[in-house]
Design a protein around this ligand. Structure first.
Ligand SMILES: Cc1cc2nc3c(=O)[nH]c(=O)nc-3n(C[C@H](O)[C@H](O)[C@H](O)COP(=O)(O)OP(=O)(O)OC[C@H]3O[C@@H](n4cnc5c(N)ncnc54)[C@H](O)[C@@H]3O)c2cc1C
Ligand SMILES: NC(=O)c1ccc[n+]([C@@H]2O[C@H](COP(=O)([O-])OP(=O)(O)OC[C@H]3O[C@@H](n4cnc5c(N)ncnc54)[C@H](OP(=O)(O)O)[C@@H]3O)[C@@H](O)[C@H]2O)c1
Length: 457
C-alpha cells in the first residue's frame, strides 16, 4: 500500500511589506506543517514601506531587503506582484484558492487635522509627499509647489523628521540617494528657506528618536532653530526625561541647538513646541498661512501630559503644509474593520468579527500595521508577524478545513492580470541599479507601473 502525504497547507499573504515577509519567513521556517506561501502585492515591487516609506537618505535601513530576498529564494515561496486584492481578486476568491489567508496590507491612508482650511491647495499629508519623493507609482504625478519661502510640518514623529530633512537638504546631498528623479528635479528648484515643525505638546513628548533629531545639527546647508524657553520642562516632563533615555537625549540635543544661527543661503529648521494649528488660511483656494494656538501642558494623572489651548493665537505665513500626524489603515472589502482605530479587529492576529458585524471566516489573519495600528519600526513587525503565523499554524493543526481547490493562476490569467514574479522584480531591480550607475546615483527608481511593465517586455 503506498503512503499518501497530505498536500501542503496553501497560504496567501496579502501585502509584501516587512510584516508580509516576516510572516512568510516564519511559516517557511518551521517543519511541523508543510506549507506553500504566495505573497501578493498591489504594486509590481516588493518591500512595502521599506521602498516607499523609509527615507532615501537612510540607505542602510533598506538593507533589510537582503533578509527578505533569502525568504523569496525558498522554492515554496512565490511573489505575485501587481495584484490588488479587492480589485483583481476578491476576498471570497482568495478563500476558495487558499486554506488560510494572512493580511499584511499596512496603513494606506492618513489622519486628518480636522481644522478649517485643510482642503486648501498647498495643504497635504506627509503620506503623499513621502510616497512622491520615494517614487510610488500612484503618487509620481503629484506636484508640490516648492516656490514658497516657508513650509509648516505638523507633528513630531520620525515621519515629520524625514519630511523636514528632505526639504532641508541640498540637491547635492540628495543626489547620492535613491530619491525619485522627479522629486530631485523639483527639489532642485526649491525656494524654501524656513521649515517650521510644530509639536502640540512639549519636547519631552516628541515621538522622534535621537539619531533623527541629531541629524539636523549636521546638515550641509540648514541650521536647526529652537526657542530656549520652549525647552524648559514642567515637573512631569522632567520626570519623563529622567526615566527615558531617548527623551533625555532628545532634550539634550534640542538644547545643543540653542543659539545656532543661519548664515547666507542656509535654510532654517524651526522646532516649535506647544503649538496647535487651529485653522489653515488661504486666498483664492491656496494656502497662505496657519493660525496657531499656544498650548499649556496639564498632567493627565498617569505620568503624561495633555495639551490644552490657552486662547493665545498667532499666525505663521506658509505656502505649504504637511500634516504628519500618523498613517491610518483602510478597510478591505468584506473583511471586518475597526474604523476608529484604522485596524482589522483581531485577537493575537486572528481576525475577529468587529463592531461592524462583518463575520470572520476563522481562516483569516492579520499582521503588521493593519493589525496593531501605524506605529513601530521595521523590526517591530517581526514578533508581530510570528505571533500571527503561529496562530495560523495552530488553527490549521487543530481544525483542518477542507483543502481549497480554486486555481489562482487560472483566475488571474483569465482576468488578464500581468503578475510580476520575484524573478521579474530582480530584473527591475537590476535595471534601476544600472540606470543609477549611468547617472552616478545609487539607483533610479522606475516610478510608473507602465514603465516597469514595459521594462519587463
Ligand atoms: C515614511 C515612513 C518612514 C519609515 N522609516 C522607517 C525607518 O527608517 N526605519 C524603520 O525601522 N521603520 C521605518 N518606518 C516604519 C516601517 O516602515 C513600518 O513599521 C513597516 O513598513 C510596516 O510594515 P507593514 O508590512 O505592516 O506595512 P507596509 O510596509 O505598508 O506594507 C504593506 C504592503 O501591502 C500592500 N497592499 C496594501 N493593500 C493591498 C491590497 N489591497 N492588495 C495587495 N497588496 C496591498 C502595499 O502595497 C504594501 O506593499 C517608516 C514608516 C513610514 C511611514
Ligand atoms: N527613522 C525611523 O526609524 C523611522 C522613520 C519614520 C517612521 N518611523 C516609525 O513609523 C511610525 C509612524 O511614524 P509617524 O511619525 O507617522 O507617527 P508617530 O510617531 O505616532 O508621530 C505622530 C505625531 O503626530 C502628533 N499628532 C497626532 N495628532 C495630532 C494633531 N491632531 N495635532 C498635532 N499633532 C498631532 C503626535 O503628537 P502626540 O504625541 O501629542 O499625539 C506625534 O508627534 C513610528 O513608529 C515611527 O517611529 C521610524
Amino acid at each position: 500500500m503506498s503512503e499518501t502525504t497530505a498536500p501542503p497547507l496553501r497560504i496567501a499573504i496579502i501585502g509584501a511589506g516587512p510584516a508580509g515577509f516576516f510572516a512568510a519567513a516564519s511559516l517557511l521556517g518551521q517543519s511541523a506543517t508543510p506549507v506553500t506561501v504566495d505573497l501578493f502585492d498591489a504594486l509590481p515591487t516588493p518591500f512595502g514601506l521599506v521602498r516607499f516609506g523609509v527615507a532615501p537618505d537612510h540607505a542602510k535601513i533598506k538593507s533589510v531587503t537582503r533578509t527578505f530576498e533569502k525568504t523569496a529564494a525558498d522554492p515554496r515561496f512565490r511573489f505575485l506582484g501587481n495584484v490588488t486584492v479587492g480589485r483583481d481578486v476578491s476576498r471570497d476568491e482568495l478563500l476558495s484558492c487558499y486554506d488560510r489567508v494572512l493580511y499584511t496590507v499596512g496603513a494606506q491612508s492618513d489622519r486628518k487635522l480636522g481644522v478649517e482650511g485643510e482642503e486648501l491647495d498647498g495643504s497635504f499629508s506627509a503620506t503623499e509627499f513621502v510616497a512622491w519623493y520615494n517614487g510610488h507609482p500612484d503618487f509620481a504625478d503629484r506636484t508640490f509647489d516648492l516656490s514658497c519661502s516657508a513650509v509648516v510640518i505638523v507633528g513630531v514623529g520620525n515621519v515629520a523628521m524625514d519630511v523636514a530633512r528632505i526639504l532641508a537638504k541640498t540637491p547635492d546631498e540628495l543626489h547620492g540617494t535613491d530619491i525619485a528623479a522627479h522629486a530631485l528635479d523639483a527639489l532642485r528648484q526649491s525656494r524654501i528657506r524656513d521649515i517650521y515643525i510644530l509639536a502640540r505638546r512639549g519636547p519631552a513628548q516628541a515621538k522622534f528618536t535621537n539619531p533623527e533629531v541629531k541629524e539636523f545639527g549636521e546638515l550641509g546647508s540648514a541650521v536647526p532653530q529652537v526657542i530656549a524657553a520652549e525647552l524648559e520642562l514642567d515637573e512631569v516632563s522632567q520626570a519623563q526625561a529622567d526615566a527615558d533615555k531617548t527623551t533625555g537625549r532628545n532634550i539634550e540635543t534640542l538644547r545643543s541647538f540653542i543659539g545656532r544661527t543661519a548664515e547666507g543661503e542656509q535654510r532654517r529648521v524651526h522646532f516649535r513646541f506647544c503649538l496647535s494649528p487651529t485653522a489653515l488660511l488661504g486666498q483664492e483656494g491656496r494656502l497662505t498661512g496657519v493660525r496657531v494656538e499656544q498650548n499649556a501642558l496639564t498632567p493627565n494623572g498617569s505620568g503624561d501630559v495633555s495639551a490644552r489651548g490657552t486662547g493665545n493665537h498667532s499666525e505663521l505665513e506658509a505656502g505649504l503644509l504637511f500634516r504628519s500626524v500618523g498613517y491610518k489603515g483602510t478597510p478591505l472589502e468584506g473583511l471586518p474593520f475597526d474604523g476608529r482605530n484604522g485596524v482589522i479587529p483581531n485577537e493575537g492576529g486572528r481576525i475577529t468579527q468587529g463592531a461592524d458585524e462583518r463575520p470572520a471566516s476563522g481562516r483569516e489573519y492579520v499582521a503588521g500595521w493593519i493589525k496593531r495600528g501605524p506605529s513601530g519600526v521595521i523590526g517591530t513587525n517581526k514578533p508581530c508577524a510570528v505571533e500571527s503565523a503561529e496562530a495560523l499554524l495552530a488553527d490549521a493543526a487543530a481544525t483542518p478545513a477542507p483543502a481549497a481547490t480554486g486555481d489562482i493562476d487560472a483566475l488571474l490569467a483569465g482576468r488578464g492580470v500581468r503578475v510580476v514574479t520575484f524573478e521579474d522584480w530582480k530584473r527591475l531591480d537590476a535595471a534601476e541599479l544600472e540606470d543609477g550607475a549611468a547617472a552616478g546615483r545609487p539607483r533610479i527608481k522606475l516610478a510608473s507601473r507602465s514603465a516597469m511593465l514595459a521594462r519587463l517586455g
